[in-house]
Design a protein around this ligand. Structure first.
Ligand code: ADP
Ligand code: MG
Ligand code: MG
Length: 204
């Protein structure tokens, strides 16, 4: 398999479905340790993403990812808009000029996205942010040998659940200090939906 335009479009559609279904859940998680808007932010952003990419004709994966990024940057406020926007922009840039996206190019693109998130958010692993899902995903993708062998669904779920035990060091939840322990990180949960959607696309 190689990653094609239609795969990315389906990836975004599936991500959007999961985010819309869990919009209230994501906001409730953010109400516990933030300002309660994560579901609203993500639902608005991904709805706009799907609208945009369905009405456009694309010849490359890089171009789709560029529009995903620009839409998230312009439509999602808060911390998560610039962070997800940067992630998809880095993926797009990494794949620019590539006709065929084989597994190693894709893994490299996701790795670049993780670097972008870390730079933008000045976050590292263990700080109760979406880095705590993206970092293990990149490590897992590097271990898996090709698209057919990808096992990221489990990795995404486990790492998302593990954020519950972490004390927040970045973002609004950091103001709560120790009181952030015992709550899932909302951004890690939305990242889980995005990687769960990716896993479904790859397995189809
Ligand atoms: P806001 O906090 O501005 O209201 P959202 O609620 O949409 O934005 O997103 C919150 C999520 O963003 C958090 O759950 C966390 O995963 C992520 N986040 C916040 N700050 C950072 C950061 N500095 N680096 C990485 N991720 C972050
Ligand atoms: Mg919020
Ligand atoms: Mg906010």
């Amino acid at each position: 398999m190689e990653l094609q335009v239609n795969h990315v479009i389906t990836w975004m559609e599936k991500s959007n479905e999961k985010i819309q279904t869990n919009k209230d859940f994501l906001s409730a998680l953010d109400r516990a340790i933030g300002d309660g808007d994560h579901g609203i932010n993500m639902a608005r952003g991904f709805n706009e993403v799907v609208t945009k990419i369905k009405e456009t004709d694309y010849s490359t994966v890089s171009d789709v990812l560029k529009d995903v990024s620009m839409t998230l940057l312009s439509k999602v406020g808060g911390a998560s808009g610039p962070l997800y926007g940067t992630a998809f922009l880095k993926m797009s840039t990494s794949l620019k000029g590539r006709e065929k996206i084989d597994y190693s190019l894709f893994v490299n693109a996701v790795s670049e996205a993780l670097n972008g998130i870390k730079m933008r958010g000045k976050a590292s692993t263990g700080e109760k942010t979406l880095v705590d899902v993206w970092e293990p995903i990149v490590e897992q993708l590097q271990k898996d040998s090709d698209f057919e062998a990808v096992t990221i669904e489990t990795t995404a779920k486990n790492s998302m659940e593990a954020t519950k035990a972490i004390e927040a060091k970045k973002g609004r939840a950091a103001y709560l200090g120790e009181r952030s322990v015992g709550h899932l990180d909302p951004g890690s949960v939305s990242s889980y939906y995005i990687f769960s959607a990716l896993s479904e696309v790859i397995k189809e």
